[in-house]
Design a protein around this ligand. Structure first.
Ligand SMILES: Cc1cc2nc3c(=O)[nH]c(=O)nc-3n(C[C@H](O)[C@H](O)[C@H](O)COP(=O)(O)OP(=O)(O)OC[C@H]3O[C@@H](n4cnc5c(N)ncnc54)[C@H](O)[C@@H]3O)c2cc1C
Length: 474
C-alpha cells in the first residue's frame, strides 16, 4: 500500500505552555520549545500545494511550503537562508505573529493548519544556536546617508536593508530603548527582551548607528536632519490612543494601555520608577476597556502584578467560535481568539459600553456600563443600541484604555516637516513610499495605521528598496 501523506497520520501539535498558575509568577516566555523531531513531524504535514495560499497570505511573502519541506528533511541551514531572504527578523514574527499564513493554509479547509509560525521560530532559533546568523556588512559603501526616525520593526527592517545596500544609516529613537513597541509595549512573556538585544547587536555590527533619547523635531531640528542626510525614512509608529469622552475621565487611576505596559517592561529591565508614577494592579479591581490583543496584554500584566479581579470589556459583540459563511477560507477569520492571557484569568464581556466613572478624593472608584444590542441592516452594516435597563456598575481601582490607536502624532516632527496626511490621519506617500517632501519617505504604522509586526517589517523592507532606488538615481 502507498505511504499515507503525513497530514493524514499526524495532527497539528503546538508547543506546550507552562501551566498558567506557574507562568503568572514571572514575565518569562510562556512556551516550552518542541523537540527537533516533533518540529520535523509538524513540518511534514505541509501538503506542498500547487498554489500556496499561505505564501500569498504572508505579508512578507515567506515561502512556507519550501521551508516546511527543508525542515522535514533536516536541511536547517538551507531553510534559514531562504527564510532570511524574505524576513529580517523571524525571531520576532515567530513569537508574535497572528499567522495570517496559517489561516490561509489549505489544510485548514477541513483540518488543522500547519504550524507555520512555530516552524519559522524553530528555523531562526536553530540558526542562532548553530552560529549561522552572522552580521552581513555591505562589501561596498555608496557614501550615501540615510536617517531612519523610529526604531520599531519597520524602522529596523528599513535600516538593515539600507545598510546592507551600502548606505550609511543612522536610526533616531526618542525612547531610551531601541525597538519601538517590541521594546516598550509588548510584554516580556510574549517577547523576552534578550531576543531583541541579540538582533540589535547584529545590526550595530553591520554598521547601523543608533541614537536613542533623540526626539526628532525637538532634540534635533527637522531641517538639520534633511540637510545632513540624503534620504529620511519616517517610521515613528501610530501612537495616538483612542480616548473615551465620558464623565469622570479625568479621575486618577485611568490610564492608556501603553503607559501601563511600558512601565512594566522598564521595571523588568531593572529601571527605577518613582512610587507616585507607578501604575500597579496589585490587589486592585481592574477594568480593561478594549477586547483586542493590546487589552489581552494588559490583562496578562495585571494578573502578573497580582490584581484582585480583572475585567476586559469590548463594545463589539462576541465573535463566532469558527468561520461563518461571511468569512470563508482562505480569508482571515474574525473569530473568537483566546490569547494566552485569557487562559490565566480575568473575565471577558462583549457588547458593553462605558457610561461614566465616579470617584472618591479624585480617584476612580466605580465604572457604570450598559449592555448593547447590535442590529444589522440589509446592507450588513451593524448599528448599536443601548438595552434599556441593562445598566450595571462595578467597583474599580484601575481602568486601562486599550481601544486601539487613531494615527501617528501629527504635532512636532510631522508638522514641522510639512508632510501630508491621508483621510485616516496617517502619513501620505506615493507608490514609492515618498511623502510630498523630496527625499522624505515613510513606512510602517506611521504610513499604514496601527497594524502588525509582520506588516511593519514588510513595509520597512519595501520602503528601503524604494529609498535605495532614489539614492542610486540621485
Ligand atoms: C501593546 C501592543 C502589543 C502588540 N502586540 C503585537 C503582537 O503580538 N503581534 C503583532 O504582530 N503586532 C503587535 N502589535 C502591533 C505592532 O507592535 C506594531 O504594528 C508595530 O510595532 C509597528 O511597527 P513600527 O516600526 O511601524 O512602529 P513602532 O513599533 O510603534 O515604533 C515607532 C518608534 O518610533 C519612535 N518615534 C516616534 N516619533 C519619533 C520622533 N519624532 N523621534 C524619534 N523617534 C520617534 C517611537 O518612540 C517608537 O519607538 C502590538 C501593538 C501594541 C501597542
Amino acid at each position: 500500500m502507498a505511504k499515507q501523506p503525513a497530514f493524514k497520520i499526524y495532527g497539528r501539535r503546538m508547543a506546550d505552555k507552562i501551566p498558567a498558575e506557574e507562568r503568572i509568577k514571572n514575565y518569562k516566555s510562556v512556551y516550552i520549545p518542541q523537540s527537533e523531531e516533533d518540529i520535523k513531524t509538524q513540518a511534514s504535514r505541509c501538503m506542498d500545494c500547487g498554489v500556496a495560499f499561505c505564501n500569498h497570505a504572508c505579508p512578507l511573502g515567506n515561502v512556507l511550503p519550501e521551508l516546511s519541506y527543508l525542515i522535514a528533511k533536516a536541511h536547517w541551514k538551507k531553510a534559514l537562508d531562504i527564510l532570511l531572504c524574505t524576513n529580517n527578523f523571524p525571531e520576532f514574527t515567530g513569537r508574535l505573529c497572528p499567522a495570517l499564513c496559517e489561516a490561509a493554509c489549505s489544510l485548514g479547509i477541513n483540518q488543522e493548519p500547519v504550524t507555520n509560525r512555530e516552524l519559522e521560530l524553530s528555523i531562526i532559533e536553530k540558526g542562532f544556536t548553530e552560529g549561522w546568523v552572522k552580521a552581513m556588512p555591505a562589501k561596498m559603501r555608496t557614501g550615501r546617508k540615510a536617517a531612519v526616525v523610529g526604531s520599531g520593526p519597520a524602522g529596523l527592517a528599513a535600516a538593515q536593508q539600507l545598510c546592507r545596500a551600502g548606505h550609511d544609516v543612522t536610526v533616531y529613537e526618542r525612547a531610551e530603548d531601541i525597538g519601538g513597541i517590541l521594546a516598550l509595549g509588548i510584554p516580556d512573556y510574549k517577547l523576552e527582551k534578550w531576543v531583541l538585544k541579540r538582533r540589535l547587536e547584529q545590526l550595530a555590527e553591520e554598521g547601523i548607528v543608533f541614537k536613542p533619547n533623540t526626539n526628532v523635531g525637538a532634540d534635533i531640528a527637522v531641517e538639520a536632519l534633511k540637510s545632513r542626510f540624503d534620504a529620511v525614512c519616517l517610521t515613528g509608529g501610530s501612537s495616538v490612543p483612542r480616548d473615551l469622552d465620558v464623565e469622570g475621565r479625568t479621575l486618577k487611576g485611568i490610564h492608556f494601555a501603553m503607559e501601563f505596559l511600558t512601565q512594566q517592561n522598564r521595571l523588568n529591565l531593572g529601571k527605577a520608577l518613582a512610587d507616585e508614577e507607578r501604575i500597579d494592579a496589585a490587589g486592585k479591581n481592574v477594568v480593561i476597556i478594549g477586547g483586542g490583543d493590546t487589552g489581552a496584554d494588559c490583562l496578562g500584566v495585571a494578573i502578573r502584578q497580582g490584581a484582585k479581579h480583572v475585567y476586559q470589556f469590548e463594545v463589539m459583540p462576541q465573535p463566532p467560535k469558527s468561520r461563518s459563511e461571511k468569512m470563508p477560507w482562505p480569508s482571515w477569520p474574525m473569530i473568537l481568539r483566546t490569547n494566552t492571557s485569557h487562559e490565566e484569568g480575568g473575565e471577558r464581556r462583549w457588547s458593553v459600553a462605558t457610561k461614566y466613572f465616579s470617584g472618591e478624593n479624585g480617584h476612580v472608584r466605580k465604572i457604570v456600563c450598559i449592555e448593547l444590542a447590535w442590529i444589522e441592516d440589509i446592507n450588513g452594516i451593524k448599528r448599536m443600541e443601548e438595552i434599556t435597563g441593562s445598566e450595571f456598575e462595578l467597583d474599580v481601582d484601575l481602568v486601562i484604555f486599550a481601544m486601539g490607536f487613531l494615527h501617528p502624532e501629527q504635532g512636532t516632527m510631522l508638522t514641522k516637516l510639512g508632510v501630508e496626511f491621508n483621510s485616516r490621519g496617517n502619513v501620505k506617500t506615493d507608490s514609492e513610499y515618498k511623502t510630498c517632501i523630496d527625499g522624505v519617505f515613510a513606512a510602517g504604522d506611521m504610513r499604514t495605521g496601527q497594524s502588525l509586526v509582520c506588516k511593519a517589517i514588510a513595509d520597512g523592507r519595501a520602503a528601503a528598496a524604494a529609498i535605495d532606488r532614489f539614492l542610486r538615481n540621485q
